[in-house]
Write a protein that binds this ligand. Sequence first.
Ligand code: FES
Length: 383
Amino acid sequence: MQVETWIDVGASDELAQQPVQQLVLGRIKIALTYMDGQFSAISGICNHVGGPLGEGKLEGDYVVCPWHYWKFHCRTGEGEPGYEEDRVPAHEVRVENGRVLIRTLPSSDRTRKKHEPHPLARAPHRVAGQIRVLGISTTAMTATYPRYSTSDDLLAHSLKEAAEKLGCETRLLRIQNIKVRECEGYYSKSARACTWPCSITQMDPSDEMDQVYEGVVHWADVIIVATPIRWGSASSLYYKMVERMNCIQNQETIANKHLLRNKVVGFIITGGQDNVQAVAGQMLGFFSEIGCQFPQFPYVAHSRGWSAEDMENNQRYVQDSAWLHEGTAALVRRCTEMAKVMIESTLGKDALIRGGRKGHQLDTSSSQVGRLNPLLSEQTKTE
Ligand code: FES
């Protein structure tokens, strides 16, 4: 049971300098606001996934959470209109002799409005059936006058092999044809602000990255990612996609939750110039960190080298190359064989313990626990 206490949190003229601030009173976090000559206090812990409300902004009468922008009335703690039921506790405040005092016992309870889970939030479960191969094209081109693309050509050939010779189900996803917002750095605010499903996916129904998540997490057994080389790196669309996939890796980091199991990835990398090994290295590193497996010899690549600026000849070279086409067909064969092995056998239940790059206990505590009133520093040590 919480003990009724009033805590002196500081001088009113100093606290009035900021419209909203996060205070830590022992085990209680408070978002203290100052507006129109009046102090108000609500819980500093957001109803969504625990964002620090006192580090947000004041917009009218509402405190806006800095993580995903849920809003709570600065005096009542109620959610914004339509979400009043999503309420954080309010605390009484009084000013005496130039000091601000906050009652630790809240004057209202925390209540939560029921939110339907996002469809992607369902537990990943492989539905029985043929091996499913997802091709992802990350090249960009003029939508109305598409050009010949060496990486797309080889990707199409590998999917044809999978569908016609191996009896797989196949899908092709062109990143350039879907509307994908850039990763806006929720992880940079806090690992817990980077959610699964992705924060943007949950907030913006017009964003179509859910097609990638659905394909990679819930549908595919084999994923073939194709990219051109642009200035020695994979394409900008590839990076746009994988930055948004950070939320998959982050589930390993913060929740020890494995969204991807038994997924096999192969790559097709083509460029008029060079840097194949560095591009492949980045792609292998990223996909291994989200829990994917690779066949032996996991990529097919092509480059004619630094001096070959005659791109027309490069296109013709790839178009006419039986070796490259047979190479990508063999890549998808290796991937599907590997997927079968993984699906039909089972790793021990402890096989993925401390998976990802976090082989040790994470240090997620921060020495900065908010903008603390120095008078409260002793109490905060108990946090
Ligand atoms: S909006 Fe507050 S934690 Fe997400």
